[in-house]
Write a protein that binds this ligand. Structure first.
Ligand code: 2P0
Length: 324
């Protein structure tokens, strides 16, 4: 019997970025990455297979999907159907509690929740490593959203070994993030296209995976030492190395907007005044500040002088996948 299954997945922000694929079909990355899963940014997705349907019916945030976002979901459902040998279609209803496509990685929570809900609705009982590998086929960053806390995506070599592992699920030191929403519009160059262009054309790209692997090892040590300053320094430098590859691509591009630099200057100014805070950025103009809960009121006060209060979102370490 068909049953509706609902899963919740939180988004994650990488401290060591995934940037570039070794295999585009299987989404095997060129480098391992490490992220922090965040509360309260999540996606709830319900999947129900239904014999009466003649095609998948996909709703995201209440909107019936007919274009590209819908196609990625359909392709993902095909993969699930193939695994269990069924050919019926499904209702998918997904609600993002994350600003979609604004650089807060709604594809991470979206495909992680879809992997969990669709596989269970189809009758597959997957453990977390298998769920992580399945989520990876939807979107690389979704691989990590199966787990809470600090999560490492071990790049592996193939479909069977490229998966996330929890590095530290329960964090017992003070770390959080402030996301500065600079631009709520969907981003101009999707991360998928951006990273492909960089891998194909940037003469600087080969330096990236090598440098990221070193950063990852240093980051793991910094986390184990609960050294927030070192975590922040490493994350900031790693993010800027990633962004340097976009300027060296042909044609060159950047995710920076004028306000991005303004936000970075505020963070640097606070730091010069003894406030411990660091920035990271993904494939969009938004800046995320890595800091302690203790320093957050001071940082928010400085940011509010330039940015609207409702564009400043505070996030704490969040949990892994759950079924509702
Ligand atoms: C990350 N990003 O590690 C990196 C840093 C953006 C910059 O993972 O093509 O949407 O679906 O695998 O996962 C965003 O890329 O790309 C991303 P696909 P995805 O978080």
């Amino acid at each position: 019997m068909n049953k509706a299954v609902t899963a919740r997945a939180h988004t994650n922000i990488a401290l060591i970025k995934y940037w570039g694929k070794a295999n585009a079909e299987l989404i095997i990355p060129q480098n391992s990455s490490l992220s922090l899963t965040l509360e309260p940014f999540y996606t709830d997705t319900t999947v129900e297979f239904a014999p009466e349907l003649t095609q998948d019916q996909i709703k995201i945030d209440g909107q019936l999907q007919t274009t590209m976002a819908g196609q990625r979901v359909r392709t993902f459902l095909d993969l699930v159907r193939q695994r269990v040998g069924r050919d019926d279609f499904a209702y998918v209803n997904s609600t993002n509690h994350v600003p979609t496509a604004a650089g807060l990685a709604s594809s991470a929570s979206g495909f992680a929740a879809l992997a969990a809900a669709a596989s269970k609705a189809a009758g597959l009982m997957l453990d977390r490593p298998a769920l992580s590998r399945l989520a990876r086929r939807g979107s690389g960053s979704a691989t990590r959203s199966i787990y809470g806390g600090f999560v490492e995506w071990q790049k592996g070599h193939n479909d069977a070994d490229s998966q996330a592992v929890p590095f530290q699920e329960h964090i017992d030191f003070d770390i959080q993030m402030i996301a500065i929403l600079l631009d709520p519009r969907p981003k101009k160059i999707a991360s998928r296209a951006g990273m492909a262009q960089v891998v194909a054309t940037s003469p600087y790209y080969p330096a990236w995976p090598a440098s990221a692997e070193k950063d990852l090892q240093a980051m793991k040590t910094a986390i184990l030492k609960k050294d927030l300053n070192l975590i922040g320094q490493l994350a900031e430098a790693n993010a800027m190395k990633m962004h340097a590859t976009t300027l060296s691509a042909t044609p060159p591009f950047t995710y920076f907007e004028p306000e991005t630099l303004q936000a970075i200057e505020i963070v640097q100014g606070l730091r010069n005044n003894g406030v411990s805070c660091y920035y990271t950025m993904d494939a969009g103009p938004n800046v995320k500040v890595i800091c302690s809960a203790q320093a957050t009121p001071t940082i928010l006060a400085a940011l509010r002088q330039h940015f609207a209060a409702d564009h400043l979102l505070v996030a704490q370490p969040g949990p892994g996948i759950s079924y509702l």
